[in-house]
Structures are given as C-alpha cells and as structure tokens.
Design a protein around this ligand. Structure first.
Ligand code: ZN
Length: 307
C-alpha cells in the first residue's frame, strides 16, 4: 500500500445487501463490483458464505467471487460465520476471509448460536484449514459489537481486548474492530484502538468497520485513522440502512468517506466522479431502497481532485 494512505474497503455487496429484503440479481452485483473496481477500489467484500435459507440475498456468493476474481488488482473479500462457510470461501478462491466474533456473548448465541469458547474453537479450525492451503487466503476476525450491543448494552473493553488476544492465539492474521450497532463515539474509538494495539501489536489491527446509525460514522473514522488504522469499511450509498433505526444509514457512506479522506490529503486511489456514477447501478436496480450520503447531493467542491 505504498501509493495509497487509506484502504477503503467496500462492503455494500455484503453488509448492505444482506440487510435489505430485495435480492439483487447476480449480473447487477457483478456490474456494481466491476464499476467500483474501475473507480479505483482495491478491496471489495462481495458476499458471505451463509446458508441460503438464512440469507437468500447471498446465495450467489460463489458466482460473484468468481466474476470478481477476474478484475485486475482487486482483493476479493468474503465473510463467513463458521468452518463450513470458510471451506466454501477457500474453494471459491477468495483472497480474504473474515469471521465476525461477537464480543457480546448474548449476541453471539443469538446470531451464530455459539458461545465464546465454541467460537474460539471454530476459529482455530479455520486457521488450520487456511494454513494447509498452497496459497492461503488472508484470514481475519472482526470483533463485532465491540462498542456496544443492542441486547447487552455496554460491552466491557477488557473483554474486547481479551477476545482480540485470544483470537490472535487461535491463528488469525489480524483482528479488526466493528461497531455493528452504531453505538461508538470518537473518544471510545481512540481508547479501544489504543488498548487493542497495546495488547496484540499495532501491526495486527489495521481495520475498522463502523456504522453511521447515529451520525458519528466519519468522526469515528477520523479518530481511528489518527491512531494509525489504515483500512476502513464503508458501503456505497450507505445501502442497507439500519433495521433498528428507520431512516438511519447503516454503514458509513463510501462516497462521503472518500471525499473526507481525499479532501484531507489522504490518498485512497479512488476517482470520486467514477465512484458517484456507480450509484446509478444501485438506484436503477433497487428503486425502493433509500441511498444516503451528502456528497452525492451536494457535489464535490469546485477544483476538488483536479490537481
Ligand atoms: Zn456492518
């Protein structure tokens, strides 16, 4: 990553689409991913390997991965909930595999029906499988509900740190912090990034996955990058919204994130005009889904990115 400062990882095709009822046709997903890669994106989370009975929106993930692997210079990322999903992900040839680990054990039991010990065991098995591959994919764990849980409320920071350490011992290549519920504030982001860095080493925590549910998404990004975080997840048009807060954006809006970073002189490698044009693919295919973002409405300031 020598020619960019921050890696903006697009997660709309996974996090965005899994939160809405409509099923985007495979051809549209492929066109979206292709257009966004052409706008300069280096990493896109294209889907998740979960049973179609649970998330029919993700049933075509293997096909989407196959198409995305054709795109030059793109790291193809997928999410998996368990070993079974990881086997599918490895078979698909995805470059990067992420597993969410809910620091809130109640959330973990509800979401993946596993307690923490069962999750650590699952992560260890996946790490072993990954290590056996001739070309091992990058395997990381996201500490979800790290900033608070819709069921448990506040989540212990000590437990976040202990979980990060344990996940590294289970063989993941790195851990990330996820504000699954949109509860985080910038002071909390600063504190928690520092604590996890101190526990596992700065080189083993590079990414954050933040939501904009309560409007603090970009402020939280800024706090994270000031602490040395270099990978930030976001979704085009903030698609997906938040099922618990109608009218509120879910993921950070990619367009606004790229604008903020580039305006600050942080290189993303992304052409914002090309990025804004990608929205048309989504608004045409999903006319009833709200798309969020300020930059798409306001436009970029005169002279922006022209130098
Ligand atoms: Zn998310």
């Amino acid at each position: 990553m020598t020619d960019i400062d921050i890696l903006v990882s697009e997660v709309g095709p996974r996090d965005g689409l899994q939160s809405i009822d409509a099923i985007l046709p495979t051809a549209v997903k492929n066109a979206w991913i292709k257009a966004q890669a052409a706008a300069g994106f280096r990493e896109i989370e294209v889907g998740s390997f979960v049973p179609p009975s649970v998330l029919p929106q993700m049933a075509d993930t293997a096909d989407v991965v196959r198409a995305a692997l054709e795109l030059p210079g793109l790291d193809v990322a997928v999410l998996v909930p368990n070993l079974r999903g990881a086997q599918d992900a490895i078979e698909s040839g995805a470059h990067k595999i992420s597993i969410p680990f809910s620091v809130s054990e109640t959330h973990s039991l509800k979401n993946v029906r596993r307690n923490h010990e069962q999750m650590f065991a699952e992560v260890s098995k996946i790490s072993e499988l990954v290590a056996q591959q001739p070309q091992p994919p990058h395997f990381e764990a996201g500490l979800s509900t790290a900033f608070g849980c819709t069921i448990e409320g506040p989540v212990s920071e000590d437990l976040v740190v202990a979980s990060a350490e344990r996940l590294m011992q289970c063989g993941v290549a790195e851990v990330g912090l996820s504000d699954t519920t949109g509860y985080a504030n910038p002071a909390q982001v600063t504190r928690l990034v520092r604590k996890v860095q101190a526990a596992v080493g700065k080189e083993n925590i590079n990414g954050v996955h933040l939501h904009n549910t309560r409007g603090l998404g970009l402020a939280n990004v800024l706090a994270a990058i000031e602490e040395g975080i270099t990978t930030v997840d976001s979704s085009l048009g903030g698609i997906g919204g938040c099922p618990f807060a109608p009218g509120a954006s879910g993921n950070i809006v990619t367009e606004d994130l790229v604008f903020m970073l580039e305006a600050m002189g942080l290189r993303t490698g992304i052409d914002i005009d090309k990025l804004l044009a990608v929205r048309n693919i989504l608004s045409t295919a999903l006319p009833d889904e709200p798309l969020y973002g300020f930059i798409p409405d306001a436009g970029v300031p005169k002279g922006f990115q022209e130098q």
